[in-house]
Design a protein around this ligand. Structure first.
Ligand SMILES: [Fe+2]
Length: 381
């Protein structure tokens, strides 16, 4: 296991200071964001002064989380702050604002509701963030490219996450983005995928509720897409860029199998295309993080991929499902250890001396409930 062990996570704050000292100052986006009016259904609110990520930061701790309901308790927000990440990745369902109205007032109110909470504002002010969306902040449950109000919900996402008005990210038609952080030898490329704006409909289950077919079943039509043509071309370009480790953020799971909820595996050709693109571009260091599932898990895939693909899923910050919604353990088959079905956040630890990656899932009592470590240098195409 890495030097970044459980004691370093939450116990020894003196040790943490050295791990995090290089991170997160910078007036640029803080000044741009602080005090900026945010239009809401109930009146304007301001975003908290979120620290900017210094591009020279040698990332050693990346927090992850998903599925935060603006009306629920927020104990995990405190846990996330106490892990002192250099960067926190929100992986979707960042608020719950499902709306079938062209005015998207429910989503505006959801964003305003989050920003009205002192604990949420403290969370956003504690560290730099990057985000993707999932269905409930895209606009509707399990929605995809045919969701009729994405032109209205897209700018709300950018405003809420402090994306500057002149950012090229706003012109893509989706919300995908990528950026590199850290010096040569410790460059982390963060790739934020948009799994909603261009996605075709998944095939509905012929046995709804059955294990492995809960909502959807595999669709082997090779024409069906998750990312869409433009995002695939962009991704090929991104994976061709030099990096020492790549964190690929996908709102719903890519590696995980063994269930019939939304996942890349429902379009097997599209998932294989991802693995093939990693091989074609010889992109080393790909590690996946995901949310959406209302449970946490650690997964590792070797079939079809040029090297072992590891995925850390963290869900939910405060929307864990009751046991009768999702009873029992999932079959796997490519999971390491059990799933964790209570509220949680995750942390990816990067030890650049031992060149180890460490995955952690923490519960609302700040305890590590799942963990797994592996060597960076094994992630080579
Ligand atoms: Fe979701």
């Amino acid at each position: 296991m890495s030097k970044i062990d459980r004691r370093a996570l939450l116990g020894g704050m003196a040790g943490l200071a050295t791990l995090t000292a290089a991170g997160c100052a910078g007036p640029r986006s803080a000044a741009a964001i602080a005090g900026r009016a945010f239009p809401t259904a109930g009146g304007p609110l301001s975003l908290p002064p979120e620290p900017a990520l210094d591009p020279e930061t040698r990332l050693t701790r990346i927090g992850i989380g998903s599925c935060f309901h603006q009306g629920n308790e927020g104990k995990l927000l405190g846990t996330a702050i106490r892990t002192r990440p250099d960067l926190f990745l929100m992986m979707g369902d960042n608020v719950y604002g499902d709306t079938t109205s062209p005015h998207v007032d429910e989503l505006k109110a959801a964003y305003a509701g989050a920003l009205a909470r002192p604990d949420y504002r403290a969370f956003r002010a504690a560290m730099p963030f990057a985000a993707v969306w999932d269905d409930h902040d895209f606009g509707d449950n399990d929605a995809g490219g045919d969701y009729p109000y994405k032109a209205q919900t897209t700018p709300l996402f950018f405003d809420f996450w402090g994306v500057p008005a002149d950012s090229p990210r706003r012109a893509s038609g989706g919300i995908y983005d990528a950026f590199v952080t850290g010096p040569k030898g410790a460059r982390v490329q963060t790739i934020l995928l948009d799994t909603r704006s261009f996605r075709d409909r998944f095939k509905a289950s012929d046995e709804k509720g059955a294990v492995g077919k809960e909502r959807y079943i595999e669709d082997r039509d090779p024409a069906k897409t998750i990312l869409g043509a433009a995002q695939w071309a962009w991704l090929e370009d991104q994976l061709s860029q030099p990096a020492d480790l790549r964190l690929v953020v996908t709102s719903y799971q890519l590696v995980a199998d063994g269930h019939g909820w939304e996942k890349w595996g429902l379009f097997p050709a599209e998932r294989q295309r991802f693995y093939d693109l990693v091989a074609k571009t010889r992109a080393n260091g790909v590690v996946l993080v995901s949310g959406d599932r209302h449970r946490a898990g650690i997964y590792r895939e070797t079939g079809g991929a040029p090297y072992p693909m590891h995925e850390l899923t963290s869900s939910a910050i405060n929307m864990s499902w009751s046991w009768d919604m999702q009873p029992g353990e999932e079959p796997g088959p490519n999971r390491i250890g059990p799933t964790f079905r209570q509220n949680n956040v995750g942390l990816v630890g990067l030890d650049w001396e031992t060149r180890q990656v460490a995955f952690y899932i923490l519960d609302e009592n700040d305890r590590t409930v799942l963990s797994h470590g592996f060597a960076m240098d094994a992630l080579k195409a």
